[in-house]
Structure formats: C-alpha cells, structure tokens
Design a protein around this ligand. Structure first.
Ligand code: SF4
Length: 307
C-alpha cells in the first residue's frame, strides 16, 4: 500500500557525485514551484494510505523557502516529514543551527544527512557539523553513508561459489552506472531474473518530480501527474500491465530485455546496471514510462515542459 511520497524537490545540486543515480548537477533543471506543491498536496489528501512525505533532490536546501513551505503543507495534512540533504550549508555548527531552527519549529520528523567521501571528500565534512547542530536542537537525525564500490565476499553462499560480489551500497543506475562500473567484475545477465529492491506489485513509496513523473524506481514512471491527477494515477496503476514494471515483475531485468528483444554488448555488474542499460535502449519506445530523461544522463532539459 502506498504510504510514502518522496518529492524530488529539484534535480539541481551543488555537486556532481559519481554515485548519483539521478544525474543531479548544478546545471540540472526541474524544480517544483509552490503552485505545483499545492496541487500535489491536494491530491495527497485524497490518498488515505499516505502517512509521510520526504523532500530530497538534488539538494532541497538550495530552495530553502520552498522546502519550508512544503514541510508546512505536509504538517497541515497531518503527515510525517523527512528531509534528505548533503549538508553543504553547515559551514560551522552554530551556523548550521541557524539553518535548522525552522526544521525544529516545524517539527521535522527525520533529517537524513549524506555523510560520505563521495559528497564531501576526505578533508572537510559538513555532515558532521550538521549532525551536531541537529542533535543540539533535538531534531531527529541520521546519516546515509555510501562507500566507494569494493569487492567483498560477505556471505556463505558467495564463498561457496567463490564469487566476489560488489559492496559499498552503491546502486548502479544513472551516473553511478556510467562512472563506477568499469573496474568491477561482470556477471552473466542470465542471473538477473528479479529486481532486488523494488516491489512493483505493491509499491509503498513513489518519487515525484516537477516534470510530473511518478517514479517507482528512478526513471521508471507510472505516468505524468500533470496529465492525470496523482490520486487517479496511483489508483489505476496495474503493475502487470505496465510495460516496464510487468516484465520486471515476471523475470527481472533479464525478462525486460527479452520482452523487447534488447541485445546489449558489454558486461554488467548487477541487476540495476543491466536494468538501467536495457531501459536506456528503450527510451524512445516508452517515453511516457521511462522518464525523465534527466535520470538517464540526457541533459536536454531546457524548460519545465521537457520530460
Ligand atoms: S533492478 Fe531495475 S527496477 Fe530494480 S532497483 Fe535496480 S534499477 Fe530499479
């Protein structure tokens, strides 16, 4: 049952991290307007099962007034709230407290801070300062740490098979697939017969962007909420009839490729890497469902009407 809405408040970010699966960067377009947020919250009120909303990006603190308005709307709708941020704003603990005062006043329920070398390098870590500031203000806070991909053999099964697997928490889609896979071992695509992360038959959360895409996994959309209202879209979603989710449910990325006769050369690190490349090959066939182009590294987005 759908219980969580994640706003991709913007695709704009100060950084351009290799592991970013949304291809965010300082030039990226696609930021919600206040009017769009109001429209979505009107729809959210019609979906009783939704209990929480998160604001993430890109970097949502880049649009601080809009972020705070979004939190207010969520609270007015009796929803729990969370924010995911890279903490770029935490130049000092005391200064970070200035940024976070409104979060405390609005009773934000969860602040998740990216705390890893991908975002901040080794020398200066604003996430540590933001963490201390949030703790000083009694704001519920946690950190997200994605490490550079490594080879490891953590499970008995992998040891028995003698196969190293890739660790570090990176999901190889978006820029991560394009930037981080070249030195890693490939696996046969015949192994990629299920999606390890998403429950397409019963999704509990979707990601929304300002272009209207209602995404099940980054770049896989149910449809466009500016054309069909969100409450109708989620009600009418038929997983097995969705041209991308259906094959993924039936047999993972391997089935998705077979369903549309996609034969890709090269090697693939894991399910997400193969899934992402197969979807890229299908972009022109399913522009409504494989959107936005932004998350496929196609920065042809020059206006709000581009998807
Ligand atoms: S296998 Fe595909 S659908 Fe599943 S999480 Fe990875 S990229 Fe998303």
């Amino acid at each position: 049952m759908l219980n969580s809405i994640h706003f991709l408040l913007t695709y704009t970010c100060l950084y351009e991290c290799d592991h970013c699966f949304l291809y965010c960067n300082p030039r990226a377009k696609g930021t919600f307007t206040l009017e769009q947020l109001k429209t979505v919250f009107t729809e959210i009120e019609k979906i009783e099962s939704i209990k929480e909303v998160y604001f993430e990006g890109g970097e949502p603190f880049l649009f601080y007034p809009l972020l705070m308005e979004g939190i207010k709307m969520a609270k007015a709708t009796d929803l729990e709230t969370g924010i995911v941020s890279n903490a770029y704003w935490a130049t000092a603990v005391e200064d970070a407290e200035l940024w976070l005062r409104s979060c405390r006043e609005l009773k934000v329920d969860d602040l998740s801070l990216s705390d890893d070398e991908f975002h901040h390098g080794e020398d200066d870590n604003p996430a540590e300062r933001a963490l201390r500031a949030a703790q000083n203000l009694n704001i519920p806070v946690d950190t997200i740490c994605i490490e550079k991909p490594t080879l490891e053999v953590p499970s008995d099964l992998a040891q028995m098979k003698g196969e190293p697997i890739v660790g570090g928490g990176t999901r190889f889609k978006g820029r991560a697939a394009d930037k981080l896979t070249s030195d890693l071992p490939y696996r046969p695509v015949s192994e990629f017969t299920s999606c390890p992360y998403e429950d397409f038959e019963n999704p509990t959360r979707v990601h929304l962007d300002s272009f209207g895409n209602v995404q099940l996994c980054q770049g896989i959309s149910i449809g466009n909420m500016w054309e069909i209202p969100l409450s109708d879209l989620t009600k009418k979603y038929e997983p097995l009839n969705h041209p991308i989710a259906g094959p993924l449910i039936a047999g993972g990325p391997e089935r998705l490729a077979a369903s549309y006769s996609v034969n890709l050369k090269g090697g693939f690190v894991d399910e997400c890497h193969y899934c992402y490349e197969v979807r890229k090959a299908l972009l022109d066939k399913f522009p409504e469902y494989l959107a936005p182009k932004q998350v496929y590294g196609l920065e042809a987005l020059t206006s709000e009407s581009d998807k």
